[in-house]
Design a protein around this ligand. Sequence first.
Ligand code: SAM
Length: 263
Amino acid sequence: MPRTSHKPRKRFGQNFLKNQIIIDDIIRVIAPRADDLMVEIGPGLGALTTPLARLLTTLHVIELDRDIVAQLREQHAGGRLVIHEGDALKFDFASLGNNLRVVGNLPYNISTPLLFHLTAHIGSLRDIHAMLQKEVVERMVAAPDTPAYGRLSVALQYRFDMEKVLDVGPEAFYPQPKVDSAVIRMTPRLSIEPRAHDEAVFARVVTAAFSQRRKTLRNTLRNMLEREDFEALNINPAARAETLSVSDFVRITNRLHERPPAA
Ligand code: SAM
């Protein structure tokens, strides 16, 4: 358990890692090298921060909780830590430079918007190692035709190669969360093929298709695709979104790009 009087705050998603074996495992899968450009989201009481800072020349951290920031400033005064006080959801990750490695035991209440925020900075990223709810990790890596496959899977698999690298039980944390956790590694895909001509349209197609999981594509995409579009794409209008691959969604997007949307 961390040696501090800090009382964990639920509103900041504070579940601190306390199991040294798990902490060592996480550092091992991250495999930091001294000159890596790395930023940790939510250092908290330093479970990952301290071992990472020992291995790196510089470590950036972003923390929202002012009390924790004050503690970090005291404990790491004059050290290798660059502390950014504020909200990771608003942080300009590109401002730190290129080839950035992002790590964090993320506050679970904001993990999905945070992943989308990071996606917006993908051009500056080398990789992400994130502790998330296991159920979210399973949705991220899910294959088509499985119950976990959905908007999150398609949106992130389009841009990242992803693998689950560790399973972590609730007992590794203080206080214990009610759910299982897992660490995911996300690496921006070097070549995206096929590529969506318009990413905003891609996002709209994926959101619409999964808006009502049990409905057919004819229904969910009725404002976008005509019968002849389904034919040209060789996609069954009576199928559901969960049967489509990531490249099917890209093909739909690019079909829309080629001609004005139906009235
Ligand atoms: N890294 C520590 C660990 O593993 O023990 C703490 C992890 S705890 C799950 C999440 C941390 O993120 C907390 O320190 C919390 O204060 C911080 N946090 C919560 N919301 C945040 C936000 N929007 N931006 C930056 N940090 C945030």
